[in-house]
Ligand binder design. Sequence first.
Ligand code: DAH
Length: 336
Amino acid sequence: MLERINQIINEIESFEITDSKSLEDFRLEFLSRNGKIQSMFGEMANVPKDEKASVGKAMNRAKIAAQEKFDKEKQHQERSSSKEFGALDDITIPVEPTYSGSFHPLTLALDEIKQIFLRLGFNITDGPELEDDFHNFTALNFPPDHPARDMQDTFFVKKTDNPDEDDLVLRTHTSPVQIRLMKEQKPPIRSIMPGRVFRNEAVTAKSYFQFNQVEGLYVDKRVTMGELIETLVMFARLMYGSNVKYRVRPSFFPFTEPSIEMDVWWGDEKNGQWLEILGAGMVDPNVFQAVDVDPETYTGFAFGMGVDRIAMLRYEIDDIRLLYENDIRFLNQFKS
Ligand code: DAH
């Protein structure tokens, strides 16, 4: 009997299990109700009494060997078919892709602008998106009922006839943050003010009802137009490369005098065009007066630029709506 048991143990050990079919064959041969282990135990009755102990032990060894081998192989097969461990067992199995987030192109463009102005000694100031008429227009030298206000199609949140109250608007530009900053802080001031602005414009590939600007303000004694242009040229070179082609033109804004605009050449020598990248100028003395800064003591320059335009040029985006629709297929392209 002992010999038969040892033979069964040998068979168990040498049985090759390679797939689910051979695993099932193994189970049928050894572990099933009609398998070799059961029938072996069935013969226990015929074993002479004095051998029962040693034969019983041997039978148990055979049973344990079969069960352990079965459990081990079964686990192994389950692992290699499960997704979690599959790649470890077969390196040719394609892995499920993992998705990580990405920075929005506006964030990337804004980060670059911030880095440049931080290098030039500017700090960063924040302001509210819901503004009153005073900060958005009046203090910036837009006369009441003057057509200058039509320059920017405004979303009015509250209109009032009460002279003690003020109209509320979604800010049409970041310039009102200049006003808040100068009311809070005495010069010298050297700050950029990034933020979202709103205009009641038709939605097209080129215009949207919201976009992003970065305002700049430098106020101190004897700040000059030369420094303004030098700063803007420095910005253009750092942003668009040191051989950027640019031009500065006279312009008009109610809050600066004189006012200018800066264009950069976009494209190559033959195929290209001038693109306006910002407006700027010397802070109008009327603005200083509105915030109690003495225009006899201080001068300053200010500028404002669009972030969307910069992001669209930089990443060759031809439709501004893409920046706000947040289609994941679009956003996923901006891995940094
Ligand atoms: N606020 C202007 C706009 O939205 C941009 C601008 C122009 C800002 C000249 C300035 C400036 O600070 O000096 O079109």
